[in-house]
Design a binder for this molecule. Structure first.
Ligand SMILES: [Zn+2]
Length: 285
């Protein structure tokens, strides 16, 4: 059987999607969707390019990864769960790197070595990277799906709306001739780091094929993005059976996280269904 290769480009001729057809029916579907047939070596080169991307140094990484995601969705609908990485250390490292950068950008903005616009662009790029890194730390590059990328993108867009508001406030201070305070800006900017915990945890839950758990770290908790709690998921025998424990971090002692620790000890999922649980305290802020 001859494989045929297809690409979909945007109006500037950049490839946005790749497709691999294994038979005439699949080839026809690509053509109808506006794909054009490309040579195998072009296809291979694009795949290689996407796989070689250093996600920490590229603006275009999201569109490139969308392309990769589409490619993988096309090739395998089932995730390779044995590769599910759940690399909490990588997730923590990405967060630390973000905080360092956010601090540096705040200092540069306050001492006017960068403009407000440059600060915004720098923060926006790092927020994107941090959200994506968290997802990848959860599921692993091999399991990244289109759905993961869409989730990352949606979350990033909502974070950037907050960042816009932050910029507007800073602009107002500048317009009023006020000095900018690097510590205050840095403290607020660093909070964006923790907003990626959701990506890490939800990525894992979705990759495992679990129902979405009722609470997520840093979401509707009192500690907000400072939350360092995590879900500990224990797979049990049989399909769709898990025990999920809310592991409260030693430094987390807000009311909502304590209530979650008591309530979800464990949260039981049997045959893919979350079993009734008794809420012990206030689990949502
Ligand atoms: Zn917490």
């Amino acid at each position: 059987m001859n494989e045929r290769y297809f690409g979909l480009t945007d109006e500037r001729g950049r490839y946005q999607r790749l497709g691999l057809a294994r038979n005439d029916t699949e080839a026809e579907q690509f053509l109808q969707a506006g794909f054009i047939e490309i040579a195998k070596d072009v296809y291979d080169r694009l795949v290689e390019f996407v796989q070689s991307i250093d996600i920490n140094g590229l603006d275009l990484f999201l569109s490139a990864l969308t392309l990769l995601g589409a490619l993988r969705t096309r090739q395998a609908n089932v995730r390779r769960l044995q590769d599910l990485v759940q690399n909490r250390e990588a997730f923590t490292r990405a967060g630390q790197a973000f905080r360092t950068e956010a601090t540096r950008l705040a200092e540069q903005l306050a001492n006017r070595t960068i403009t407000l616009d440059e600060w915004y662009q720098g923060m926006a790029q790092r927020i994107r990277q941090n959200q994506l890194s968290a997802r990848i730390a959860g599921v692993g590059t091999n399991n990244l799906s289109q759905a993961d990328l869409q989730a990352v993108q949606a979350k990033t867009e909502s974070e950037l709306r907050y960042l816009q508001r932050f910029r507007t406030e800073l602009q107002a201070q500048l317009d009023a001739g006020q000095e900018l305070n690097p510590n205050a800006i840095g403290a607020r900017a660093r909070q964006y780091a923790g907003a990626s915990a959701e990506q890490f945890e939800i990525g894992i839950q979705e990759a495992l094929g679990m129902p979405l758990l009722p609470v997520q770290p840093g979401v509707r908790t009192e500690c907000m993005t400072n939350c360092k709690c995590a879900w500990r998921i224990v797979e049990l025998n049989g399909a769709g059976n898990w025990d999920c424990f809310w592991d409260r971090n030693a430094t987390d002692s807000c009311e909502t996280c304590i209530a979650r620790e008591r309530t979800f000890n464990p949260l039981r999922i049997r045959q893919g269904i979350i079993q009734p649980f008794v809420v012990q305290g206030r689990i949502y802020a």
